[in-house]
Design a protein around this ligand. Structure first.
Ligand code: NCD
Length: 385
């Protein structure tokens, strides 16, 4: 059984060591040579979440479940006992962080998410230190990672690499799940998850995401976060999107076709001031200058696509501002002091959402639910009843 004995907290301790239910039996591998049975938790294709390559893998039920799990783990982690219980969930599992494109938040939040669950991590961030410089193919490198770890989390400059890695995994005898942590200017599914979590949390007292008006502003053409988030909007009723971008960086046709196909209302404008009063949330993005071929970004006057103290006066009192970060000049740091600035909380939400994703991939969500249920019980309640 999983070692999650929890000293000092009656309710939790009673449920500690919960055996995996029979339905999970095919997802476990017992080491019969040990006198104390330890169950190794391995993700299995076809049973729950495996690869996370693009947002299409999520439906509304899974989104709701992941948001709920994220909230439960962050609550558990607040106490020493809960944090230790989480750390005992996956202590024998290993993750590879293959990040060959710059990253601060996504790398650190995944790395720390793994550590919260007791996982160990190894990393490659600079391809010049890997055998790729000796001419090893991408596929051979990925296959090598999979020999040592139980999940590969990857970010690449090229679109489609995570999908290629997942396809390779699906063709070998010992596949491990692949998580796309950003692929070119194409997709960033776990950012979309944490954005959904931030929206859902922030709209809790206002009936959730359904029916809200959400602005997306900045370099919508090359920003992968807004592209992934748009895909997830089809799971929410009556959402209306407002795209605010310089014409040369407007949202791409493929996303608009997708929105049309799924009946999601959207409009486009270059006039932030005109639409600000109707927005429930504004998702700001930076110019993706790294994709410039001839300094295109510098030709843009960013002022009309920026948020400062003037814009705050035009926003609803209960609207809020998000940003995947890092930010450029599009949000004045003075805005940070306004309670409607949500981006620092959004950043923190990212780590908890990534913990939830790993929990789901390794199929230990039932243990987290049991721990959370026990944690919410008053001490000794079970005994006295
Ligand atoms: C985003 C990214 O890398 O796409 N950042 C992030 O993951 N938090 C947004 C960006 O770089 O603009």
């Amino acid at each position: 059984m999983l070692a999650c004995a929890l000293p000092g907290r009656r309710g939790l301790a009673h449920r500690a060591g919960a055996r995996l239910p029979a339905s999970r039996a095919n997802r476990t591998r017992a080491n019969a040579t040990q006198s104390v049975t330890e169950t190794l938790v391995l993700p299995t294709r076809g049973a729950g979440l495996f690869h996370v390559i693009d947002p299409h893998v999520f439906d509304r039920a899974l989104l709701d479940e992941l948001c709920d799990l994220a909230t439960r783990v962050r609550t558990l982690a607040k106490s020493e006992v809960g944090a230790r219980a989480l750390r005992d969930l996956l202590p024998t599992r290993r993750a590879m962080l293959y990040f060959t494109q710059p990253s601060t938040r996504t790398f650190l939040s995944f790395n720390n998410a793994c550590h919260i669950l007791g996982m160990r991590t190894s990393e490659i961030r600079d391809p010049s230190t890997s055998s790729e410089v000796k001419g090893e193919s991408f596929d051979d490198s990925i296959r090598t990672f999979s020999s040592y770890v139980d999940v590969i989390i990857m970010r690449t400059k090229e679109a489609g690499r995570a999908a290629q890695a997942a396809k390779l995994m699906d063709s070998i005898p010992r596949p491990v799940p692949v998580i796309n942590a950003g692929s070119g200017s194409d997709q960033h599914p776990t950012q979309a998850l944490l954005d959904i979590y931030t929206l859902a949390r922030s709209f809790t007292a206002r009936g959730g995401i359904d029916g809200k008006v959400i602005g997306m502003m900045g370099d919508l053409k090359r920003g992968r976060t807004v592209r992934s988030l748009c895909y997830l909007m089809r799971h929410y009723e009556g959402v209306r999107l407002v795209f605010i971008a310089p014409p040369q960086f407007a949202m791409e046709r493929d996303i608009k076709t997708y929105l049309d196909h799924h009946g999601i209302a959207y409009s486009e404008t270059t006039q932030l001031d005109a639409v600000l009063p109707e927005l429930d949330a504004l998702y700001v993005t930076r110019m993706q200058t790294e994709w410039d071929t001839a300094g295109e970004s510098r030709a843009v006057d960013l002022k009309p696509f920026s948020v400062g103290t003037h814009e705050l006066t035009l926003m609803k009192r209960d609207a809020f501002i998000m940003h995947p970060l890092p930010r450029g000049p599009e949000i004045d740091p003075l805005v940070d002091h306004d309670p409607r600035a949500m981006y620092w909380r959004q950043e923190r939400n990212g780590m908890w959402m990534r913990v939830a994703v790993l929990i789901k991939i390794f199929g230990v969500e039932h243990i987290v639910m049991a721990l959370a249920a026990a944690d919410s019980e008053p001490p000794f309640a079970g005994r006295l009843a």
